[in-house]
Design a protein around this ligand. Structure first.
Ligand code: SAH
Length: 449
C-alpha cells in the first residue's frame, strides 16, 4: 500500500466562517459547497461576474478582506489578484488553512468529491492527482447508497441514549447494523436485540486470494463479524475486507507446520461462539473443498451452535479461469475430479487412473511437492505418458505462474515451480485451454488443440 500525503478528517466549521475569495465560476462552486455546512459564508470580491443569489452569504469588498478572516475556519482562494494574494498571506499568518483552486502546490487542504446523505458523508480524494477518477468513484458510491441512508443515520443518532441504556455493547452494535441496513423498524429491533446475544459461526470461502474474488455475501459477513479466524493461505488484503476492529486470529496451518491442531481450532470456534460472538471462519477457496469444514461443522453441531456456510471460488476453478481451461468438455472430458495428491493411497490412485482413462480431468490439490512421485504412480497404473499436465501456482492472484508438461515429463524430471499453492490439472481437456503464457516444464510439452 502507498502512503498518503494527506490525512482525511471531517473538520468542524459550525459557528465559524468559510471565506471565499473571488467572483467567478470557481468561487461560486466553492461558495455552494460551503453553503452546505452550518458555517456562515463570506465572499470577498469587488467585481463578481457570476450571481451568488440563492447562496446565503455576506459580501465583503477586497479592502475589508482581512476583517472577514476573523473567526474563519477555512479559506478558498478562487481568483488571481492582489487582493487574493494579500488574503492568502494573511490567512497563512493566522494559521487558517487555505485552498488555492487548481493549484495543488499551494493548498493546505484539498476538497474531496463528496457523497452526502447528511449526517453521512463519504469523501473521495486523490490528493489532487486525479479528480476525474474521484468523480467516477463518487458516482458509484452515490448509486450504492439509498436516499434513505441519511434519515437512518439521524435516527441512529437520536436513539443513542436509549440504546446505551438498554443494550450491551455487542447487542448495540448489532442493533445499529440492522437499523441502518433497513432490516426492521427501530422499536421491534430494540426488543429483538434486548436478549442475550447468541454467538454464531460463519464458514466463509475467501476464494483464491484476490480481494475481488470474494463474494458480496462473504464481504458483508466479514463486516459484521466480531472475530475473524483465518488460515495461513488467506492473504492480508482479503482479511482487510473485514471489520477494522474485529479481533483477528490466525490459526496458521502451514504445510508441515501446524500452529493449531484441528481439535484446537474446533474448540476455539465453540468457545468464541459461546461468548456470544459472531465468528467469521475464513478459509481459502471454498470452505467445503479440502477445508476441514466437515470436522468444524460436526463440532459446532455437537455444541448446539448455529452456523452458516458461504461458498467461495475454489482454487481449481480459479486455475481453470486463469488458463481458459474447460475442465469439462463435450466429447473430451465428461467430468472433473477434485482430489488431493497428499496422502492418496494405492486404491485411490487406481480409481483416479481409471477415471482419467475415461477422459475425466484430474484437478489435484496439495500436490506440488509430490508431483513427480504422484505422476510416476499414475503412469504405473496405466495412465498415458503423453497426457497433458497444466499447473497453476497462485491461481486467481496477480502473481500467478503457469506451467505445462506431459505426465511422462513430470514423472521423469519433476517440476521446479514458483512458491505458493498450486493446482495440477491432468487430462486431455488441458490441451483445450490457453496455456500460451505457460512455462514449459520439459521440452516435450503437450500440443495445444
Ligand atoms: N479450500 C481450498 C483448498 C484448501 S487446501 C479451495 O477450495 O481452494 C490447500 C490447497 O489448495 C493448496 O495446496 C493448493 O493445492 C490449493 N490452493 C489454494 N489456493 C490456491 C491458489 N491461489 N492457487 C493454486 N492453488 C491453490
Amino acid at each position: 500500500m502507498g502512503e498518503l500525503n494527506t490525512f482525511p478528517v471531517s473538520y468542524k466549521v459550525k459557528g465559524q466562517r468559510i471565506v471565499v475569495v473571488g467572483g467567478g465560476e470557481e468561487a461560486l462552486n466553492k461558495a455552494r459547497l460551503a453553503a452546505k455546512t452550518t458555517a456562515s459564508v463570506v465572499i470577498i470580491s469587488d467585481e463578481a461576474t457570476v450571481s451568488f443569489d440563492g447562496i446565503d452569504h455576506e459580501l465583503v469588498s477586497g479592502h475589508r478582506g482581512f476583517g472577514a478572516l476573523e473567526g474563519a475556519a477555512l479559506v478558498f482562494v478562487a481568483e488571481k489578484s492582489p487582493v487574493a494574494d494579500a488574503v492568502k498571506a494573511e490567512a497563512r499568518r493566522r494559521g487558517i488553512p487555505v485552498n488555492v483552486v487548481d493549484t495543488p502546490d499551494e493548498c493546505d487542504f484539498y476538497v474531496p468529491s463528496i457523497v452526502e446523505r447528511a449526517p453521512l458523508t463519504v469523501a473521495v480524494s486523490t490528493e489532487g492527482d486525479a479528480p476525474v477518477l474521484a468523480r467516477l468513484v463518487r458516482a458509484q458510491i452515490e448509486a450504492m447508497l439509498s436516499p434513505d441512508t441519511g434519515r437512518l443515520a439521524r435516527l441512529a443518532g437520536s436513539l443513542r441514549g436509549r440504546v446505551a441504556a438498554t443494550l450491551g455493547k455487542l447487542q448495540a452494535r448489532r442493533f445499529y447494523e440492522d437499523l441502518v441496513t433497513g432490516v426492521g423498524e427501530p422499536e421491534a429491533l430494540l426488543d429483538a436485540h434486548a436478549g442475550e446475544a447468541a454467538g454464531e459461526v460463519w464458514l466463509i470461502g475467501a476464494g483464491p486470494g484476490a480481494e475481488d474474488l470474494l463474494t458480496l455475501r462473504a464481504q458483508r459477513l466479514l463486516q459484521a463479524a466480531d472475530v475473524i479466524v483465518h488460515d495461513q493461505l488467506v492473504p492480508d488484503a482479503v482479511i482487510e475486507m473485514g471489520r477494522r476492529d474485529a479481533e483477528r486470529i490466525s490459526v496458521g496451518k502451514k504445510k508441515g507446520h501446524h500452529s493449531f491442531t484441528q481439535a484446537q481450532i474446533n474448540a476455539l470456534l465453540v468457545r468464541l461462539a459461546r461468548q456470544g460472538k459472531r465468528v467469521a471462519r475464513l478459509k481459502s477457496g471454498d470452505p467445503m473443498v479440502f477445508g476441514r469444514a466437515g470436522e468444524e461443522i460436526a463440532a459446532l453441531r455437537k455444541a448446539g451452535i448455529g452456523y452458516r456456510i458461504v461458498p467461495g471460488v475454489s482454487a481449481a476453478l480459479a486455475a481453470a479461469a486463469d488458463t481458459a481451461t474447460p475442465v469439462t468438455l463435450r466429447r473430451v472430458s465428461p467430468g472433473v475430479i477434485f482430489a488431493t495428491a497428499h496422502g492418496a493411497d494405492s486404491a485411490e490412485l487406481d480409481h483416479w487412473a481409471a477415471l482419467a482413462g475415461a477422459g475425466l480431468t484430474l484437478a489435484l490439490y496439495m500436490g506440488k511437492s509430490i508431483a513427480m512421485e504422484t505422476a510416476g504412480k499414475l503412469l504405473r497404473r496405466g495412465m498415458r505418458p503423453d497426457l497433458p499436465v497444466g499447473v497453476v501456482a497462485n491461481a486467481g492472484r496477480r502473481n500467478r505462474s503457469l506451467y505445462r508438461a506431459t505426465l511422462g515429463d513430470i514423472a521423469a524430471d519433476g517440476a521446479d515451480m514458483a512458491d505458493g499453492p498450486a493446482v495440477i490439472f491432468i487430462g486431455e481437456a488441458v490441451a483445450h485451454g490457453d496455456w500460451a503464457a505457460a512455462e514449459d516444464l520439459a521440452v516435450a510439452k503437450f500440443k495445444v488443440a
